[in-house]
Design a protein around this ligand. Structure first.
Ligand code: B12
Ligand code: SF4
Length: 525
Protein backbone atom coordinates (compact mmCIF):
# COMPACT_ATOMS: atom_id res chain seq x y z
CA UNK A 1 0.00 0.00 0.00
CA UNK A 2 1.01 3.62 -0.41
CA UNK A 3 1.33 5.43 2.91
CA UNK A 4 1.79 9.15 3.47
CA UNK A 5 2.85 10.25 6.96
CA UNK A 6 2.45 13.89 7.95
CA UNK A 7 3.93 16.02 10.69
CA UNK A 8 1.62 19.06 10.80
CA UNK A 9 3.24 22.50 10.72
CA UNK A 10 4.02 24.44 13.89
CA UNK A 11 7.39 26.20 13.75
CA UNK A 12 6.60 27.57 10.32
CA UNK A 13 3.84 29.72 11.77
CA UNK A 14 6.19 31.09 14.40
CA UNK A 15 8.87 32.12 11.91
CA UNK A 16 11.17 29.48 13.33
CA UNK A 17 13.11 26.61 11.84
CA UNK A 18 12.61 23.07 13.05
CA UNK A 19 15.86 21.56 14.29
CA UNK A 20 14.99 17.87 14.08
CA UNK A 21 13.04 15.52 11.84
CA UNK A 22 10.32 13.63 13.71
CA UNK A 23 11.91 10.50 15.14
CA UNK A 24 8.46 8.96 15.66
CA UNK A 25 7.48 9.30 12.00
CA UNK A 26 10.92 8.11 10.88
CA UNK A 27 10.36 4.95 12.96
CA UNK A 28 6.88 4.37 11.51
CA UNK A 29 8.21 4.93 7.99
CA UNK A 30 11.00 2.39 8.52
CA UNK A 31 8.50 -0.16 9.88
CA UNK A 32 6.09 0.34 6.97
CA UNK A 33 8.96 0.09 4.49
CA UNK A 34 10.18 -3.14 6.11
CA UNK A 35 6.69 -4.59 5.62
CA UNK A 36 6.81 -3.74 1.90
CA UNK A 37 4.70 -0.56 1.86
CA UNK A 38 5.63 2.45 -0.24
CA UNK A 39 5.99 5.27 2.27
CA UNK A 40 6.68 9.01 2.22
CA UNK A 41 6.83 11.55 5.06
CA UNK A 42 5.74 15.16 4.59
CA UNK A 43 6.93 17.79 7.05
CA UNK A 44 6.04 21.37 6.05
CA UNK A 45 8.28 22.73 8.84
CA UNK A 46 11.34 20.92 7.54
CA UNK A 47 10.68 21.95 3.95
CA UNK A 48 10.37 25.52 5.14
CA UNK A 49 13.62 25.19 7.07
CA UNK A 50 15.32 23.95 3.92
CA UNK A 51 13.94 26.99 2.12
CA UNK A 52 15.37 29.26 4.75
CA UNK A 53 18.77 27.75 5.17
CA UNK A 54 19.85 26.79 1.68
CA UNK A 55 19.98 28.64 -1.57
CA UNK A 56 18.37 25.70 -3.28
CA UNK A 57 14.86 27.01 -2.83
CA UNK A 58 12.13 24.42 -3.05
CA UNK A 59 9.09 26.70 -2.91
CA UNK A 60 7.83 29.22 -0.43
CA UNK A 61 4.89 27.49 1.24
CA UNK A 62 3.99 29.79 4.05
CA UNK A 63 1.11 32.24 3.92
CA UNK A 64 1.97 35.64 5.20
CA UNK A 65 -1.27 35.80 7.21
CA UNK A 66 -0.47 32.58 9.11
CA UNK A 67 -3.25 30.61 7.39
CA UNK A 68 -2.81 27.18 5.95
CA UNK A 69 -3.63 27.61 2.27
CA UNK A 70 -0.09 27.31 0.95
CA UNK A 71 0.60 24.24 3.08
CA UNK A 72 -2.67 22.83 1.79
CA UNK A 73 -1.71 23.55 -1.82
CA UNK A 74 1.53 21.69 -1.24
CA UNK A 75 -0.33 18.82 0.46
CA UNK A 76 -2.73 18.65 -2.47
CA UNK A 77 0.19 18.44 -4.88
CA UNK A 78 1.74 15.57 -2.86
CA UNK A 79 -1.59 13.72 -2.57
CA UNK A 80 -2.26 14.00 -6.30
CA UNK A 81 1.24 12.89 -7.30
CA UNK A 82 1.61 10.08 -4.77
CA UNK A 83 -2.03 8.89 -4.52
CA UNK A 84 -1.65 7.29 -1.06
CA UNK A 85 -4.09 4.67 0.22
CA UNK A 86 -3.56 5.75 3.82
CA UNK A 87 -2.52 8.97 5.52
CA UNK A 88 -1.10 8.98 9.07
CA UNK A 89 -0.81 12.21 11.04
CA UNK A 90 1.25 12.80 14.18
CA UNK A 91 -0.48 14.88 16.86
CA UNK A 92 1.38 16.79 19.57
CA UNK A 93 -0.86 19.23 21.39
CA UNK A 94 0.57 22.38 19.81
CA UNK A 95 0.02 20.89 16.34
CA UNK A 96 -3.53 19.66 16.81
CA UNK A 97 -5.49 22.35 14.98
CA UNK A 98 -3.13 22.32 12.01
CA UNK A 99 -3.17 18.51 11.97
CA UNK A 100 -6.95 18.38 11.87
CA UNK A 101 -6.94 20.97 9.08
CA UNK A 102 -4.62 18.73 7.09
CA UNK A 103 -6.79 15.68 7.76
CA UNK A 104 -9.87 17.54 6.50
CA UNK A 105 -8.06 18.74 3.43
CA UNK A 106 -6.78 15.24 2.70
CA UNK A 107 -10.33 13.92 2.74
CA UNK A 108 -11.46 16.72 0.46
CA UNK A 109 -8.83 15.79 -2.13
CA UNK A 110 -9.13 12.00 -1.74
CA UNK A 111 -12.57 11.29 -0.20
CA UNK A 112 -12.09 7.52 0.17
CA UNK A 113 -8.78 7.70 1.97
CA UNK A 114 -8.30 6.38 5.53
CA UNK A 115 -6.77 8.87 7.92
CA UNK A 116 -5.00 7.59 11.05
CA UNK A 117 -3.98 9.74 14.01
CA UNK A 118 -1.21 8.98 16.51
CA UNK A 119 1.13 10.76 18.92
CA UNK A 120 0.77 12.12 22.44
CA UNK A 121 -2.33 14.29 21.98
CA UNK A 122 -4.22 11.60 20.06
CA UNK A 123 -3.24 9.13 22.79
CA UNK A 124 -4.65 11.31 25.56
CA UNK A 125 -7.77 12.57 23.79
CA UNK A 126 -8.70 9.92 21.20
CA UNK A 127 -12.41 10.79 21.33
CA UNK A 128 -11.67 14.39 20.28
CA UNK A 129 -9.84 13.05 17.27
CA UNK A 130 -12.50 10.54 16.22
CA UNK A 131 -15.37 12.95 16.83
CA UNK A 132 -13.73 15.58 14.62
CA UNK A 133 -15.04 13.66 11.61
CA UNK A 134 -11.66 13.91 9.88
CA UNK A 135 -9.96 10.94 11.55
CA UNK A 136 -10.92 7.29 10.97
CA UNK A 137 -8.63 5.56 13.46
CA UNK A 138 -6.44 6.47 16.39
CA UNK A 139 -3.36 4.52 17.48
CA UNK A 140 -2.67 5.23 21.15
CA UNK A 141 0.78 4.99 22.73
CA UNK A 142 3.73 3.35 21.04
CA UNK A 143 2.94 3.22 17.35
CA UNK A 144 5.21 0.90 15.41
CA UNK A 145 3.59 -2.55 15.68
CA UNK A 146 0.01 -1.28 15.97
CA UNK A 147 0.46 0.82 12.84
CA UNK A 148 1.68 -2.14 10.80
CA UNK A 149 -1.20 -4.28 12.06
CA UNK A 150 -3.67 -1.54 11.13
CA UNK A 151 -2.23 -1.18 7.62
CA UNK A 152 -2.62 -4.94 7.09
CA UNK A 153 -6.16 -4.75 8.38
CA UNK A 154 -7.08 -1.84 6.10
CA UNK A 155 -5.78 -3.93 3.22
CA UNK A 156 -8.23 -6.65 4.27
CA UNK A 157 -11.17 -4.23 4.66
CA UNK A 158 -10.95 -3.95 8.45
CA UNK A 159 -12.32 -7.32 9.42
CA UNK A 160 -10.26 -7.69 12.57
CA UNK A 161 -10.36 -4.31 14.31
CA UNK A 162 -11.00 -5.79 17.76
CA UNK A 163 -7.66 -7.59 17.83
CA UNK A 164 -5.43 -4.63 16.92
CA UNK A 165 -3.70 -3.47 20.09
CA UNK A 166 -3.65 0.28 20.87
CA UNK A 167 -6.43 1.00 18.32
CA UNK A 168 -9.37 3.33 19.01
CA UNK A 169 -12.23 3.47 16.53
CA UNK A 170 -15.92 4.24 16.22
CA UNK A 171 -18.04 1.13 16.35
CA UNK A 172 -21.04 0.47 14.10
CA UNK A 173 -23.33 1.57 16.95
CA UNK A 174 -21.53 4.92 17.10
CA UNK A 175 -19.66 4.22 20.37
CA UNK A 176 -15.90 4.70 20.65
CA UNK A 177 -13.97 1.48 21.28
CA UNK A 178 -10.49 1.49 22.87
CA UNK A 179 -8.51 -1.72 22.46
CA UNK A 180 -5.92 -2.53 25.15
CA UNK A 181 -2.48 -0.91 25.00
CA UNK A 182 0.65 -3.04 24.66
CA UNK A 183 4.34 -2.17 24.27
CA UNK A 184 7.23 -3.71 22.39
CA UNK A 185 9.32 -5.73 24.87
CA UNK A 186 12.47 -6.00 22.79
CA UNK A 187 13.26 -2.55 21.37
CA UNK A 188 16.08 -3.99 19.26
CA UNK A 189 13.38 -5.57 17.06
CA UNK A 190 12.74 -2.08 15.69
CA UNK A 191 14.46 -0.95 12.48
CA UNK A 192 16.67 2.15 12.37
CA UNK A 193 14.74 5.41 11.72
CA UNK A 194 13.85 5.82 8.04
CA UNK A 195 14.78 9.47 7.56
CA UNK A 196 15.28 8.85 3.84
CA UNK A 197 11.50 8.64 3.45
CA UNK A 198 11.09 12.35 4.20
CA UNK A 199 10.15 14.23 1.03
CA UNK A 200 13.12 16.38 -0.03
CA UNK A 201 15.30 14.92 2.75
CA UNK A 202 18.41 15.39 0.61
CA UNK A 203 17.88 19.17 0.79
CA UNK A 204 17.72 19.24 4.61
CA UNK A 205 20.61 20.05 6.91
CA UNK A 206 22.46 16.79 7.76
CA UNK A 207 21.92 17.38 11.47
CA UNK A 208 18.11 17.43 11.36
CA UNK A 209 18.46 13.63 11.41
CA UNK A 210 19.92 13.84 14.89
CA UNK A 211 17.13 12.36 17.01
CA UNK A 212 17.82 8.93 18.49
CA UNK A 213 16.54 7.12 21.55
CA UNK A 214 18.18 4.59 23.84
CA UNK A 215 15.20 4.01 26.12
CA UNK A 216 11.46 4.53 26.26
CA UNK A 217 9.52 5.36 29.39
CA UNK A 218 10.39 7.25 32.56
CA UNK A 219 9.76 5.87 36.09
CA UNK A 220 9.43 9.33 37.72
CA UNK A 221 6.14 11.17 38.06
CA UNK A 222 6.62 14.93 37.76
CA UNK A 223 3.17 16.46 37.93
CA UNK A 224 3.42 18.47 34.68
CA UNK A 225 4.59 15.63 32.46
CA UNK A 226 2.59 13.57 29.97
CA UNK A 227 5.34 11.27 28.79
CA UNK A 228 4.07 8.25 30.77
CA UNK A 229 0.81 8.35 28.81
CA UNK A 230 2.80 7.46 25.73
CA UNK A 231 5.35 5.00 27.08
CA UNK A 232 4.10 4.02 30.58
CA UNK A 233 6.33 4.34 33.64
CA UNK A 234 8.21 1.15 32.85
CA UNK A 235 11.49 1.89 31.10
CA UNK A 236 12.61 -0.32 28.22
CA UNK A 237 16.10 -0.11 26.76
CA UNK A 238 17.87 -0.89 23.50
CA UNK A 239 21.18 -2.69 23.80
CA UNK A 240 24.30 -0.48 23.61
CA UNK A 241 25.35 -2.34 20.48
CA UNK A 242 22.07 -1.47 18.69
CA UNK A 243 22.55 2.20 19.63
CA UNK A 244 26.10 2.42 18.36
CA UNK A 245 25.18 0.62 15.12
CA UNK A 246 22.29 3.07 14.69
CA UNK A 247 24.53 6.11 15.28
CA UNK A 248 27.03 4.74 12.78
CA UNK A 249 24.31 4.03 10.21
CA UNK A 250 22.85 7.57 10.42
CA UNK A 251 26.32 9.13 10.46
CA UNK A 252 27.35 7.25 7.32
CA UNK A 253 24.06 7.56 5.45
CA UNK A 254 23.20 11.21 6.12
CA UNK A 255 26.49 12.69 7.32
CA UNK A 256 24.91 13.57 10.67
CA UNK A 257 27.63 14.39 13.19
CA UNK A 258 25.59 15.94 16.00
CA UNK A 259 23.09 13.64 17.70
CA UNK A 260 20.43 14.24 20.28
CA UNK A 261 19.32 11.47 22.63
CA UNK A 262 15.61 12.07 23.08
CA UNK A 263 15.27 9.76 26.08
CA UNK A 264 13.40 11.25 29.00
CA UNK A 265 16.27 10.31 31.34
CA UNK A 266 19.25 9.11 29.31
CA UNK A 267 21.43 8.09 32.27
CA UNK A 268 18.72 6.28 34.20
CA UNK A 269 20.99 3.20 34.15
CA UNK A 270 24.64 4.13 34.25
CA UNK A 271 26.27 0.84 33.21
CA UNK A 272 24.87 0.64 29.66
CA UNK A 273 25.74 4.33 29.15
CA UNK A 274 29.37 3.58 30.05
CA UNK A 275 29.18 0.75 27.52
CA UNK A 276 27.77 3.03 24.79
CA UNK A 277 30.61 5.50 25.44
CA UNK A 278 33.21 2.75 25.28
CA UNK A 279 31.81 1.49 21.97
CA UNK A 280 31.61 4.98 20.41
CA UNK A 281 35.31 5.40 21.13
CA UNK A 282 36.16 1.91 19.91
CA UNK A 283 34.35 2.62 16.63
CA UNK A 284 36.16 6.00 16.41
CA UNK A 285 32.84 7.67 15.64
CA UNK A 286 33.53 11.37 15.05
CA UNK A 287 30.31 12.66 16.55
CA UNK A 288 29.10 15.08 19.20
CA UNK A 289 25.89 14.63 21.11
CA UNK A 290 23.37 16.01 23.56
CA UNK A 291 21.21 14.25 26.11
CA UNK A 292 18.60 15.04 28.74
CA UNK A 293 18.73 13.56 32.20
CA UNK A 294 17.96 14.22 35.86
CA UNK A 295 20.39 15.70 38.37
CA UNK A 296 20.29 12.59 40.56
CA UNK A 297 21.30 10.37 37.63
CA UNK A 298 24.77 11.78 36.93
CA UNK A 299 28.19 11.39 38.52
CA UNK A 300 31.62 12.80 37.84
CA UNK A 301 32.88 9.51 36.48
CA UNK A 302 29.92 9.10 34.16
CA UNK A 303 29.95 12.63 32.74
CA UNK A 304 33.70 12.42 32.20
CA UNK A 305 33.27 9.18 30.22
CA UNK A 306 30.41 10.72 28.24
CA UNK A 307 32.47 13.81 27.47
CA UNK A 308 35.29 11.61 26.14
CA UNK A 309 32.76 9.89 23.87
CA UNK A 310 31.58 13.18 22.36
CA UNK A 311 29.00 14.52 24.84
CA UNK A 312 28.66 18.23 24.04
CA UNK A 313 25.71 19.27 26.18
CA UNK A 314 23.74 17.78 29.02
CA UNK A 315 20.31 19.19 29.83
CA UNK A 316 18.98 18.78 33.37
CA UNK A 317 16.05 20.14 35.29
CA UNK A 318 16.77 22.87 37.82
CA UNK A 319 12.99 23.32 37.70
CA UNK A 320 12.01 25.16 40.84
CA UNK A 321 13.77 27.16 43.50
CA UNK A 322 10.95 26.92 46.02
CA UNK A 323 11.08 23.86 48.25
CA UNK A 324 7.30 23.66 48.69
CA UNK A 325 6.62 23.89 44.97
CA UNK A 326 9.28 21.22 44.37
CA UNK A 327 7.21 18.92 46.58
CA UNK A 328 4.03 19.69 44.65
CA UNK A 329 5.62 18.96 41.29
CA UNK A 330 7.24 15.85 42.81
CA UNK A 331 10.89 16.71 42.18
CA UNK A 332 12.70 14.40 44.54
CA UNK A 333 16.24 15.77 44.19
CA UNK A 334 17.35 18.36 46.75
CA UNK A 335 18.53 21.82 45.76
CA UNK A 336 22.03 20.82 46.94
CA UNK A 337 22.04 17.77 44.66
CA UNK A 338 20.89 20.02 41.81
CA UNK A 339 23.75 22.45 42.38
CA UNK A 340 26.24 19.61 42.62
CA UNK A 341 25.15 18.07 39.31
CA UNK A 342 25.60 21.36 37.41
CA UNK A 343 28.98 21.86 39.07
CA UNK A 344 30.17 18.37 38.09
CA UNK A 345 29.08 18.93 34.48
CA UNK A 346 31.06 22.11 34.16
CA UNK A 347 34.09 20.51 35.87
CA UNK A 348 33.92 17.82 33.19
CA UNK A 349 33.86 20.48 30.46
CA UNK A 350 30.33 19.62 29.38
CA UNK A 351 28.01 22.46 28.32
CA UNK A 352 24.82 22.61 30.35
CA UNK A 353 21.21 23.45 29.63
CA UNK A 354 19.16 24.07 32.77
CA UNK A 355 15.40 23.67 32.52
CA UNK A 356 13.35 25.99 34.72
CA UNK A 357 9.65 26.66 34.80
CA UNK A 358 7.54 29.50 36.11
CA UNK A 359 3.79 29.91 36.35
CA UNK A 360 2.69 26.60 37.85
CA UNK A 361 -1.00 26.50 38.68
CA UNK A 362 -1.20 27.78 42.26
CA UNK A 363 2.30 29.28 42.26
CA UNK A 364 2.94 32.69 43.84
CA UNK A 365 5.08 35.55 42.56
CA UNK A 366 7.59 34.95 45.38
CA UNK A 367 7.91 31.24 44.58
CA UNK A 368 8.43 31.95 40.87
CA UNK A 369 11.12 34.47 41.77
CA UNK A 370 12.91 31.80 43.81
CA UNK A 371 13.11 29.72 40.63
CA UNK A 372 14.73 32.62 38.83
CA UNK A 373 17.16 32.99 41.77
CA UNK A 374 18.08 29.36 41.24
CA UNK A 375 18.59 29.90 37.49
CA UNK A 376 20.98 32.73 38.32
CA UNK A 377 22.79 30.71 40.95
CA UNK A 378 23.30 27.57 38.84
CA UNK A 379 24.52 29.57 35.83
CA UNK A 380 23.99 26.85 33.20
CA UNK A 381 25.36 27.77 29.77
CA UNK A 382 21.79 27.91 28.54
CA UNK A 383 19.08 28.72 31.08
CA UNK A 384 15.97 27.36 29.38
CA UNK A 385 13.16 29.09 31.24
CA UNK A 386 9.70 27.92 30.22
CA UNK A 387 6.21 28.88 31.18
CA UNK A 388 4.39 25.96 32.74
CA UNK A 389 1.68 24.85 30.35
CA UNK A 390 -0.77 22.37 31.86
CA UNK A 391 -0.90 19.74 29.14
CA UNK A 392 -3.93 17.47 29.05
CA UNK A 393 -3.30 14.17 30.78
CA UNK A 394 -1.14 15.73 33.49
CA UNK A 395 -1.85 16.52 37.13
CA UNK A 396 -0.97 20.14 36.50
CA UNK A 397 -3.96 20.27 34.13
CA UNK A 398 -6.23 19.23 37.01
CA UNK A 399 -4.58 21.84 39.25
CA UNK A 400 -5.19 24.53 36.61
CA UNK A 401 -8.88 23.59 36.60
CA UNK A 402 -8.89 23.80 40.41
CA UNK A 403 -7.29 27.25 40.59
CA UNK A 404 -9.51 28.44 37.75
CA UNK A 405 -6.78 29.26 35.25
CA UNK A 406 -8.50 26.88 32.85
CA UNK A 407 -12.20 27.52 32.97
CA UNK A 408 -13.73 25.69 30.11
CA UNK A 409 -11.81 22.76 28.65
CA UNK A 410 -13.73 22.98 25.36
CA UNK A 411 -12.63 26.51 24.61
CA UNK A 412 -8.88 25.88 24.90
CA UNK A 413 -6.81 27.05 21.96
CA UNK A 414 -4.43 24.08 21.69
CA UNK A 415 -2.26 25.92 19.18
CA UNK A 416 -1.04 28.04 22.13
CA UNK A 417 0.10 24.98 24.09
CA UNK A 418 3.85 25.27 23.93
CA UNK A 419 6.21 26.26 26.74
CA UNK A 420 6.99 29.68 25.34
CA UNK A 421 3.39 30.66 24.96
CA UNK A 422 2.79 33.69 27.11
CA UNK A 423 -0.11 32.37 29.21
CA UNK A 424 -0.18 32.78 32.97
CA UNK A 425 -1.80 29.62 34.38
CA UNK A 426 -0.77 30.32 37.99
CA UNK A 427 -4.14 31.75 39.00
CA UNK A 428 -2.17 33.60 41.73
CA UNK A 429 0.26 35.96 39.97
CA UNK A 430 -1.21 39.29 38.87
CA UNK A 431 -0.56 40.95 35.52
CA UNK A 432 2.10 43.40 36.74
CA UNK A 433 4.03 40.76 38.64
CA UNK A 434 3.83 38.43 35.64
CA UNK A 435 5.31 41.14 33.43
CA UNK A 436 8.07 41.69 36.01
CA UNK A 437 8.86 37.96 36.00
CA UNK A 438 9.07 37.87 32.21
CA UNK A 439 11.35 40.82 32.18
CA UNK A 440 13.62 39.16 34.77
CA UNK A 441 13.69 36.05 32.57
CA UNK A 442 14.90 38.20 29.71
CA UNK A 443 17.65 39.65 31.88
CA UNK A 444 18.79 36.17 32.89
CA UNK A 445 18.82 35.06 29.29
CA UNK A 446 20.72 38.12 28.18
CA UNK A 447 23.33 37.58 30.89
CA UNK A 448 23.73 33.95 29.82
CA UNK A 449 24.22 35.03 26.22
CA UNK A 450 26.97 37.37 27.27
CA UNK A 451 28.62 34.52 29.21
CA UNK A 452 28.35 32.24 26.19
CA UNK A 453 29.68 34.94 23.95
CA UNK A 454 32.71 35.37 26.20
CA UNK A 455 33.20 31.60 26.42
CA UNK A 456 33.02 31.29 22.65
CA UNK A 457 35.45 34.13 22.20
CA UNK A 458 37.90 32.35 24.52
CA UNK A 459 37.56 29.09 22.60
CA UNK A 460 37.39 30.46 19.10
CA UNK A 461 39.55 28.66 16.65
CA UNK A 462 39.95 29.78 13.10
CA UNK A 463 40.05 26.12 12.04
CA UNK A 464 36.56 25.58 13.38
CA UNK A 465 35.17 28.57 11.50
CA UNK A 466 36.90 27.50 8.28
CA UNK A 467 35.51 23.97 8.69
CA UNK A 468 31.97 25.28 9.21
CA UNK A 469 32.37 27.62 6.25
CA UNK A 470 33.53 24.79 4.00
CA UNK A 471 30.50 22.73 5.03
CA UNK A 472 27.97 25.46 4.53
CA UNK A 473 29.17 28.87 3.39
CA UNK A 474 25.71 30.39 3.12
CA UNK A 475 24.70 29.39 6.63
CA UNK A 476 27.91 30.66 8.17
CA UNK A 477 27.64 33.96 6.32
CA UNK A 478 24.06 34.54 7.42
CA UNK A 479 24.81 33.42 11.02
CA UNK A 480 27.76 35.73 11.26
CA UNK A 481 25.92 38.78 9.99
CA UNK A 482 22.81 38.03 12.05
CA UNK A 483 24.78 37.30 15.20
CA UNK A 484 26.89 40.38 15.10
CA UNK A 485 24.02 42.73 14.33
CA UNK A 486 21.80 41.07 16.93
CA UNK A 487 24.42 41.21 19.58
CA UNK A 488 24.97 44.88 18.98
CA UNK A 489 21.25 45.58 18.87
CA UNK A 490 20.66 43.69 22.11
CA UNK A 491 23.45 45.44 23.89
CA UNK A 492 22.07 48.74 22.74
CA UNK A 493 18.40 48.20 23.34
CA UNK A 494 18.17 45.20 25.69
CA UNK A 495 15.70 43.88 23.16
CA UNK A 496 14.01 40.52 23.54
CA UNK A 497 16.24 38.39 21.37
CA UNK A 498 16.09 35.46 23.66
CA UNK A 499 16.14 32.33 21.70
CA UNK A 500 18.54 29.80 20.32
CA UNK A 501 17.17 27.85 17.42
CA UNK A 502 18.05 24.42 18.74
CA UNK A 503 16.86 24.73 22.26
CA UNK A 504 13.96 27.15 21.79
CA UNK A 505 14.54 28.86 25.05
CA UNK A 506 12.31 31.76 25.56
CA UNK A 507 9.64 33.08 23.38
CA UNK A 508 7.00 35.25 24.92
CA UNK A 509 6.39 37.48 21.95
CA UNK A 510 4.90 35.57 19.09
CA UNK A 511 6.37 36.25 15.66
CA UNK A 512 8.99 38.51 17.10
CA UNK A 513 11.64 38.59 14.42
CA UNK A 514 14.41 39.05 16.94
CA UNK A 515 13.27 35.91 18.67
CA UNK A 516 15.02 33.71 16.17
CA UNK A 517 18.54 34.81 16.76
CA UNK A 518 21.52 32.59 16.29
CA UNK A 519 24.38 33.50 18.50
CA UNK A 520 28.00 33.69 17.66
CA UNK A 521 28.43 30.88 20.18
CA UNK A 522 26.98 28.42 17.72
CA UNK A 523 29.42 29.38 15.04
CA UNK A 524 32.31 28.02 16.98
CA UNK A 525 30.73 25.08 18.81
C1 B12 B 1 12.60 15.39 21.43
C2 B12 B 1 11.36 16.11 21.88
C3 B12 B 1 11.16 17.36 21.38
C4 B12 B 1 12.01 17.98 20.29
C5 B12 B 1 11.42 17.51 18.95
C6 B12 B 1 12.44 16.90 18.06
C7 B12 B 1 11.77 16.07 16.98
N1 B12 B 1 12.46 15.07 16.59
O1 B12 B 1 10.67 16.30 16.53
C8 B12 B 1 11.77 19.49 20.50
C9 B12 B 1 12.77 20.04 21.48
C10 B12 B 1 11.83 20.34 19.26
C11 B12 B 1 10.41 19.42 21.17
C12 B12 B 1 9.55 20.45 21.12
C13 B12 B 1 8.39 20.43 21.81
N2 B12 B 1 7.95 19.50 22.66
CO1 B12 B 1 8.78 17.84 22.93
N3 B12 B 1 9.45 16.18 23.25
C14 B12 B 1 10.46 15.51 22.78
C15 B12 B 1 10.58 14.12 23.41
C16 B12 B 1 11.63 14.17 24.51
C17 B12 B 1 10.88 13.02 22.45
C18 B12 B 1 10.00 13.01 21.20
C19 B12 B 1 10.31 11.82 20.39
O2 B12 B 1 10.99 11.87 19.39
N4 B12 B 1 9.87 10.67 20.86
C20 B12 B 1 10.17 9.42 20.24
C21 B12 B 1 9.17 9.03 19.19
C22 B12 B 1 9.42 7.57 18.83
O3 B12 B 1 7.91 9.18 19.76
P1 B12 B 1 6.70 9.97 19.05
O4 B12 B 1 7.16 10.99 18.13
O5 B12 B 1 5.73 10.33 20.08
O6 B12 B 1 6.05 8.81 18.15
C23 B12 B 1 5.59 7.56 18.63
C24 B12 B 1 4.13 7.57 19.09
O7 B12 B 1 3.68 8.79 19.60
C25 B12 B 1 3.35 7.14 17.88
N5 B12 B 1 2.99 8.13 16.87
C26 B12 B 1 3.38 9.40 16.72
N6 B12 B 1 2.83 9.93 15.60
C27 B12 B 1 2.08 9.00 15.05
C28 B12 B 1 1.30 9.02 13.88
C29 B12 B 1 0.62 7.87 13.53
C30 B12 B 1 -0.20 7.87 12.29
C31 B12 B 1 0.69 6.71 14.34
C32 B12 B 1 -0.04 5.49 13.97
C33 B12 B 1 1.46 6.69 15.50
C34 B12 B 1 2.15 7.84 15.84
O8 B12 B 1 4.23 6.23 17.28
C35 B12 B 1 5.58 6.69 17.41
C36 B12 B 1 6.49 5.50 17.54
O9 B12 B 1 6.21 4.73 18.67
C37 B12 B 1 9.14 13.93 24.00
C38 B12 B 1 9.06 13.04 25.22
C39 B12 B 1 9.13 11.59 24.81
N7 B12 B 1 9.99 10.89 25.46
O10 B12 B 1 8.48 11.12 23.90
C40 B12 B 1 8.72 15.35 24.28
C41 B12 B 1 7.24 15.75 24.16
C42 B12 B 1 6.64 15.04 22.98
N8 B12 B 1 7.31 17.19 23.89
C43 B12 B 1 6.40 17.81 24.47
C44 B12 B 1 6.20 19.20 24.30
C45 B12 B 1 5.18 19.82 25.18
C46 B12 B 1 6.92 19.94 23.38
C47 B12 B 1 6.74 21.42 23.04
C48 B12 B 1 5.31 21.85 22.88
C49 B12 B 1 7.52 22.18 24.09
C50 B12 B 1 7.78 23.59 23.73
N9 B12 B 1 8.88 23.81 23.09
O11 B12 B 1 7.03 24.44 24.05
C51 B12 B 1 7.54 21.63 21.76
C52 B12 B 1 6.72 21.77 20.51
C53 B12 B 1 6.20 20.48 19.99
C54 B12 B 1 5.44 20.65 18.75
N10 B12 B 1 6.03 21.22 17.76
O12 B12 B 1 4.32 20.26 18.68
C55 B12 B 1 5.51 16.93 25.30
C56 B12 B 1 4.20 16.72 24.57
C57 B12 B 1 3.03 17.05 25.38
C58 B12 B 1 1.88 17.30 24.46
N11 B12 B 1 0.72 17.04 24.98
O13 B12 B 1 2.02 17.72 23.33
C59 B12 B 1 6.36 15.66 25.46
C60 B12 B 1 5.56 14.34 25.58
C61 B12 B 1 7.24 15.86 26.71
C62 B12 B 1 6.57 15.67 28.02
N12 B12 B 1 7.27 15.08 28.92
O14 B12 B 1 5.47 16.07 28.31
N13 B12 B 1 10.20 18.24 21.75
S1 SF4 C 1 11.81 13.07 34.71
FE1 SF4 C 1 11.17 14.05 32.78
S2 SF4 C 1 10.09 12.45 31.62
FE2 SF4 C 1 10.30 11.72 33.75
S3 SF4 C 1 8.37 12.28 34.72
FE3 SF4 C 1 9.81 13.97 35.10
S4 SF4 C 1 9.53 15.41 33.38
FE4 SF4 C 1 8.56 13.47 32.82
Amino acid sequence: MKVLLIEPPFYLFQDLSQGAASFGLAMLAAMADREGHNVKVYSPDLEQTAVNSTEDVITEFKDTDGKMSKVEDRLEQILEDFQPDVVGISFWTARVLFGLEMARHTKKVLPDIKVIAGGIHATILPEDMLNSGAIDYVIRGEGEFAFIALLESIKKDMLDMEVIDNLSFINKDGSVVHNPITYCDDLDELPFPGYEHFINYDKFDKNVFKSVMFSRGCPFDCNYCASYKLWSRKTRFHTPSYIVRMLKHIHQKFGTDFFQFDDDTFTLRKEPVFEICRMIKEEKLAIKWHCDTRVECVSHELLAAMKEAGLDTVAMGGEKGDVEVRKIIRKTASLEATEKAFKIASECGVNTVGYFMIGFPGETYEAANRTLDLAEKLQPDVPCISICIPYPGTDSYQLALEVGSIEDADSIDWSRYYHHSNINFSGRINKEDWAALLSRCKEIDLASRERRFAKAARNISINKVIKRYAESPFVVFSLATKSISLHLAKRAAHSSALILPEELIWWPEKNNKWAFSISFYQLVY
